[in-house]
Design a protein around this ligand. Structure first.
Ligand code: ADP
Ligand code: MG
Length: 276
């Protein structure tokens, strides 16, 4: 079998009194889209946090393309090609739409160009003031790259390149966050409820963006409550409840698995999405 792009084994995270993530195993192949579903409190976001370096697991390991990345910082992981978005959305509120995305391209370049960082803050300042031709050309290239990423969202963001993120609608802030993650040119993109709080039209648009990203061959790990969307997008699904894996496999098989039906029925808040 082909080596997995992401491989997690026995991943476990305790908080006082509870085990939020309890011995999760999962392998994601290059180009796959795997969804993680489960009722609120199942441990999905905590699983993302321990994979993406925001939190440390108490046990178990994470490998990215065969390299043990367990407990590495989010910055290091970004350089290795792991990018994520957050359930509650995180953008730089005072930066423009374009600058939010440029931050992503710069984070990527910092990795491949340690020489620049070697000059320290003074070197960065000199480069900013003198702006040799090579720097200007590179900035222009990064700007076109950022604009191309923003164009994935149709006319939602392109007309607002210089609007500060705080002035955007909620849905647009979430789009900007995804655009910034894409600017890292990730090998693995992790999306935590990218359509939470979005209306039907916005949800459909986001599904189309995710489907288009998958079509480029990008590997995606998705947490999503809207099961009809999960069914359409996913190659495989992992269902969690109380920190455990309760089912894993083909989307329809997992949806119809008795333990999954039971988990959703046991959490009335999720019933509506469970029958979708
Ligand atoms: P999900 O994303 O599936 O809704 P979470 O991963 O957010 O679930 O939460 C799983 C469980 O872990 C919940 O019981 C939640 O209250 C608990 N939890 C999450 N983060 C923390 C934390 N930082 N401290 C204590 N408990 C937490
Ligand atoms: Mg969550």
């Amino acid at each position: 079998m082909m080596a997995s792009l992401l491989e997690i084994t026995g991943l476990t995270r305790h908080f006082e009194g509870i085990t939020a993530v309890d011995g999760i195993d999962l392998a994601v192949q290059e180009g796959e889209l795997v969804s993680v579903i489960g009722p609120n409190g199942a441990g999905k976001s905590t699983l993302f946090n321990v994979i993406s370096g925001l939190d440390r697991p108490d046990a178990g390991g994470v490998r990215l393309d065969g390299v043990d990345i367990t407990g590495r910082s989010p910055e290091k992981l970004a350089r290795l090609g792991l990018a994520r978005t957050f359930q509650h959305g995180r953008v730089f509120a005072n930066l423009s739409v374009l600058d939010n995305v440029l931050v992503g391209t710069h984070a990527r370049l910092a990795a491949v160009r340690p020489g620049w960082r070697g000059f320290g803050p003074l070197g960065e300042l000199l480069l900013a003031v003198v702006r040799p031709g090579a720097v200007r050309r590179e900035e222009a290239a990064l700007r076109s790259e950022a604009e191309a990423i923003l164009a994935r969202f149709g006319d939602r963001l392109v007309p607002r390149l210089d609007h500060p993120a705080y002035s955007l609608s909620y849905a647009n802030r979430r789009r900007v966050e995804l655009a910034r993650a894409l600017a890292l040119r990730p090998r693995l993109l992790m999306l935590d409820e990218p359509t939470a709080g979005m209306n039907e039209t916005e949800t459909t648009e986001m599904e189309e963006v995710i489907a288009a990203l998958k079509a480029t061959g990008l590997t995606i790990l998705l947490i999503e409550h809207k099961l009809d969307m999960v069914m359409r997008l996913s190659d495989r699904v992992l269902a969690m409840d109380d920190g455990h894996s309760i089912a894993e496999g083909a989307p329809a098989t997992v949806r119809d698995h008795p333990a999954v039906v039971e988990a959703y029925l046991g959490h009335p808040a999720n019933q509506r999405t469970a029958v979708a």
